[in-house]
Design a protein around this ligand. Sequence first.
Ligand code: PLP
Length: 373
Amino acid sequence: MIYLDYAADTPAAREVLDVFSDTALRYAANPNSLHTPGRQAGARLAECTEQIKTLLNLKNSDVIYTSGATEANNLALKGVAEKYRNSGKHIIATYLEHSSVNGALAALQNSGFEIDYVDSGSDGLVDLEQLKALLRKDTILVSACYVDSEMGVTQKIHDIAAILSGYPGCRFHVDATQAVGKVPLSLDGADLFTFSPHKFYGLNGSGILIKKEELLLEPQIHGGLSATPYRSGTPALALAAACAKALELALAELAPRCEHVSGLNKKLRAALTKYPKVKINSTAYSVPHILSVSMPGVKTEDFRDELDAYGVCVSTRSACCAPNSVSRPVYAVTKDRKRAVSTLRVSLSHLTTEQDVDEFLACFEKCYDKFAG
Ligand code: PLP
């Protein structure tokens, strides 16, 4: 099998699984319990939290453990909006957001918030002039993804943060799920950001929301004591330890992994560009691990299924999108509906070999001849 869907999920690293099972076996107590094993588990959880903060160079920040970036994004957006609703009800987001951000925003809109979306240029970057024009005194939140999950465009987060610094009542949320553990990044200007270890060889079922200490959130899950007041439930210590380990490993190998994947990406781009019907959607600002293409007029669901029959796994778009839907990010950037309904996303890893790419290209050729030739 040739797996080229690493933006959707990555296989857990052996070391991460070892840390998970060691922690689960060694700390068989609730980290909130006040007996000795409970205190030991609590201390281990605090250690994991510190490790995550150190690895990400965070100061004066809270680490909130969730079940994934979907929950983390929901908590970030609804938590801020509901907490600060008396200061305003206006929110701005980009068109490139993941469905977990769009879904949370739709829910907020239903409960009386006003949502505006800021356009992107053909390079995928958010139109900063339009952002300035959309900002209002009652804007309480701006949400932008660091790297979008479909085309992999990296936003200029510092430029957005600089604009927002003129709006002290407005918080800045960054969905960094496709960036953390994948590319070098700086999140200094963000008030909150989210990520998910299963994107960088950690485990599914865990996600992280980082927020500045002084920022308050309205919890979305109520009930039992947890690691923070913002998300109830018994802290999942083994998942937290696995997350810290995955982050440690991914960051230690970031540069060589990026270099390897960049080489593969160049090769893929060069080969795919030769097909007349292929349009490359990823831009000069896209990360090396994501390559989105479109084939206007081709039913890329069939194309993907045929590749699958050859043992090659790619996505038509983000795995969280409804099947056969229009790609909102691709439409936002290309303004071309035919392109936005015919996308194919290839996503790479340090585990991907040149041979994988060659075999993918050989299968791609056969599928192209069948569906687009
Ligand atoms: N945000 C982005 C940009 C993503 O790519 C994803 C997953 O594809 C998510 C959020 C949701 O992450 P999770 O699977 O951890 O809920």
